[in-house]
Design a protein around this ligand. Structure first.
Ligand code: NAD
Ligand code: IPM
Ligand code: MN
Length: 355
């Protein structure tokens, strides 16, 4: 039986990078007889222009009925002033909520070939292998909000952060299980010296951890965690945190690997999962054909691993990416003299040739 992959390119570089990842998936599909079927659907600003909403019902339903979703990126200056509930970013938030994707996995591994690209010294960054487990459908992203109101004579806006015990339980459980297959260490990140939601987060995490005596639980305040990621990233195994802190820390951690264009992610829930690079639509380079497609290609590998249980095919993609880098191919975000300057197409070809 065939497996249906719904592809949602989105805006900006979204089309370019998902084209690359689909080409790679097609090649491994042929090689390993995976029988993958692809169906493309609009979302983001492109969908807003097309049908007046960033997340058409047909796109959400197709995603819900798929075996897995491959997502590019949404957003761009063209839509920065549309009504807040119709912003392109609502597409990715709506898909996450609509698919119940509570666990966002963002693995940060620094490839040996890229150690020298890190803004950090080689001896600090070498050996970094962190998995950020970000809660994805709660917290301040989804709390009540007010765009504008008059309060005591002044205009104000507010966003409400809230977390319930079951929401924290399930994400911490997820992190504990993930760590069991890794190095048995979980760092929970919060701001419990200030925030009530963080104090609930910390209490709940401690209770969950009692069930996992083999796992070392460490708690860090988010400000300290941001610093620790820069001074000693290899101390971390699994980091578990809320929606907003996870968003910010993962961009910081991404640059350890040299470029945000390298970092894939998987968003997991009860049924269909979604795979996307952690970067955005990169409006500054959109349409130039120079975006780094590797984060999306590596997201496609995660799709095979987690949604389709095709471990061999997933490893094949990851190795093909490593080889292309070892052969010296570099998109402009990672280019240095002495290497092969590659645009999106050339980099994709290099990966395809190694499959
Ligand atoms: P961004 O990640 O799009 O870009 C930040 C910087 O990284 C830019 O200089 C960009 O050129 C570079 N970059 C990003 N991806 C790259 C790639 N694959 N190859 C080479 N360089 C790359 O973040 P931003 O500029 O803050 O946001 C732009 C738009 O994207 C906004 O509308 C934002 O809301 C949206 N966004 C969407 C998602 C998503 O769809 N999941 C994620 C983040 C941001
Ligand atoms: C990400 C993005 C999104 C987020 C935006 C586009 C809603 O920054 O996937 O990291 O904040 O989650
Ligand atoms: Mn982000």
């Amino acid at each position: 039986m065939s497996k249906k992959i719904v592809v949602i390119p989105g805006d900006g570089i979204g089309q370019e990078i998902t084209d690359s990842a689909v080409a790679v998936l097609k090649k491994v599909s042929d090689k390993y007889n995976l029988n993958l079927e692809f169906e493309s659907h609009p979302a983001g600003g492109t969908a807003y222009d097309l049908c007046g909403t960033p997340l058409p019902q047909t796109t959400l339903e197709a995603a819900q009925n798929a075996d897995a979703v491959l997502f590019g990126a949404v957003g761009g200056p063209k839509w920065d002033n549309v009504e807040p509930t119709l912003r392109p970013e609502k597409a990715v938030l709506g898909l996450r909520k609509g698919l119940g994707l509570y666990a966002n996995l963002r693995p940060i591994k620094v490839a040996d070939a890229l150690v020298e690209y890190s803004p950090l010294k080689e001896e600090i960054v070498k050996g970094t292998d962190v998995l950020i487990v970000r809660e994805l459908i709660g917290g301040i992203y989804f709390g009540d909000k007010c765009e504008s109101e008059i309060y005591e004579g002044n205009e104000r806006a507010w966003d409400l952060e809230n977390y319930s015990v079951p929401e924290v339980n399930r994400i911490v459980e997820f992190a504990m299980q993930a760590s069991k297959k890794r190095k048995n260490k979980v760092t929970s990140v919060d701001k419990s010296n200030v925030l009530a939601t963080s104090r609930l987060w910390r209490r709940t995490t401690a209770k969950v951890a009692e069930k996992y005596p083999e796992i070392t639980l460490e708690n860090l305040y988010v400000d300290n965690c941001a610093m620790q990621l820069a001074i000693n990233p290899s101390q971390f195994d699994v980091i578990v945190t809320g929606n907003l802190f996870g968003d910010i820390l993962s961009d910081e951690a991404a640059v350890l690997s040299g470029s945000i264009g390298m970092l894939p992610s998987a968003s997991i829930g009860e049924s269909t999962s979604l795979y996307e690079p952690i970067h955005g639509s990169a409006p500054d380079i959109a349409g130039k054909g120079i975006a780094n497609p590797l984060a999306t290609i590596l997201s496609a590998a995660m799709l095979l691993r987690y949604s389709l249980d095709e471990q061999e095919a997933a490893t094949c993609i990851e190795q093909a990416v490593d080889k292309a880098l070892a052969q010296g191919y570099r998109t402009p975000d990672l280019y240095k003299e002495g290497f092969i300057k590659a645009d999106t197409k050339t980099m994709t070809e290099a990966v395809l040739n190694n499959i």
